[in-house]
Design a protein. Structure first.
Length: 364
């Protein structure tokens, strides 16, 4: 057998070169098509975002919650009941899980964003096939304004159809604030609820600064501008101003509970109901803070009864559909700083922000 290679003819060489040329040309064409497709998707996404921004200008919502001010694209997810989301009688479950916040840019995994929840409530209110809503609460509370926004939206829905509150592991402070807009309120016997009160926190670093030789220098336009400056102690006058702010917010909370539960406001303030402590479900029932004890199935049964549903029904929940607007919104959100915990906590552990008012348990 001859080991020598047979020389290739000029025709074969030209053919090989042509094949290589075709391959390179094909790859180049594919690259151009891929780049063009990406640019097209980018353009579509920018157009959608622009359209959303324009529609949001007419809503009157604050910048912190504008992302969910306009109509969102939600899909319906079957939970139980008639095995079809096309059922003409629907009960929508809206989950409020984690700390209640105003801004979806929060870095905390477990957070209930006011705008997102309100958008679901609006969709449920305007859908004729939705006969009732269940607010499924598992939250320790959160920001004062965010809690109030959700509460007001619950009242808007209740003007059209029943809204039932179901308290799970915890529905305290801001969680109870939201529940106060519902009727009835059902709690698990082991639910932690109550914590009717307001909290604002700051830190005093003065002694630490003195120990390490650090001094705080703050320049303000007014003598009360740095009331929460951690580099010095609070003056008595500053303490009075901050306490008055807390008291005013507390009065709003108390009046909402008084109206919802038909309990005199003064009784709430002067009894254990309004001193900030938490209660389990059984205690809350005796105090008149909830209507009955039960489980999710009981909340569904109550919703069916109040809505007057006869025959089949479907329990559903909403889930936001994918959209390029949402995708680019997330991509453009500000990056979260890396944090290091000295106590073994997750970097996503919630810590109340200095200077913000919260409906939260005092030790949260």
């Amino acid at each position: 057998m001859n080991d020598e290679q047979t020389p290739r003819s000029p025709v074969e060489k030209q053919s090989g070169c042509a094949n290589k040329g075709c391959l390179i040309g094909s790859l180049a064409a594919l690259a151009v098509l891929a780049a063009g497709g990406f640019m097209l998707l980018l353009l579509i996404g920018l157009i959608i975002i622009g359209a959303n921004k324009l529609s949001e200008l007419d809503t009157g919502d604050s910048p912190a919650t504008f992302r969910y001010a306009s109509s969102r694209n939600f899909k319906e997810i079957y939970v139980e009941g008639s095995n079809s989301v096309s059922c003409p009688n629907k009960i929508v479950v809206i989950n409020v899980n984690g700390v209640i916040v105003s801004d979806e840019g929060s870095s905390y995994y477990d957070s209930a964003v006011s705008g997102y929840i309100r958008a679901q409530l609006r969709k449920a209110a305007n859908d004729f096939s939705v006969k009732a809503v269940i607010m499924n609460l598992n939250t320790p509370g959160g920001e004062v304004t965010a809690s109030d926004e959700i509460y007001e939206e619950v009242l808007n829905v209740r003007a059209k159809k029943p809204v039932v509150a179901m308290m799970n592991s915890i529905a305290a402070s801001g969680g109870y604030y939201i529940a106060a807009g519902c009727r009835p309120i059902i709690a698990n016997k082991l639910t932690l609820t109550g914590s009717i009160g307001v909290i604002i926190s700051t830190y005093n670093y003065q002694k630490l600064f003195e120990k390490i030789g650090l001094q705080s220098e703050v320049y303000t336009s007014g003598r009360m501008k740095d009331m929460l400056n951690g580099g010095r102690a609070r003056t008595p006058q500053e303490g009075e101003i901050i306490q008055k702010l807390v008291n005013n917010t507390y009065d709003v909370f108390v009046n909402i509970v008084a109206k919802s539960r038909n309990i005199p406001a003064e009784k709430i303030k002067t009894s254990m109901i309004g001193d900030g402590r938490v209660f389990d479900g059984q205690q809350a029932l005796k105090l008149g803070l909830v209507d009955k004890l039960g489980y999710f199935k009981d909340a569904v049964a109550e919703a069916v009864k109040l809505a007057g549903i006869e025959g089949t029904y479907a329990v559903i929940r909403y889930e936001e559909s994918f959209s390029f607007a949402r995708f680019f919104d997330l991509m453009s959100s500000k990056a979260q700083p890396v944090s290091i915990s000295l106590r073994g906590e997750s970097s996503n552990t919630f810590h109340p922000q200095k200077g913000r008012l919260y409906y939260l348990p005092s030790d949260f």
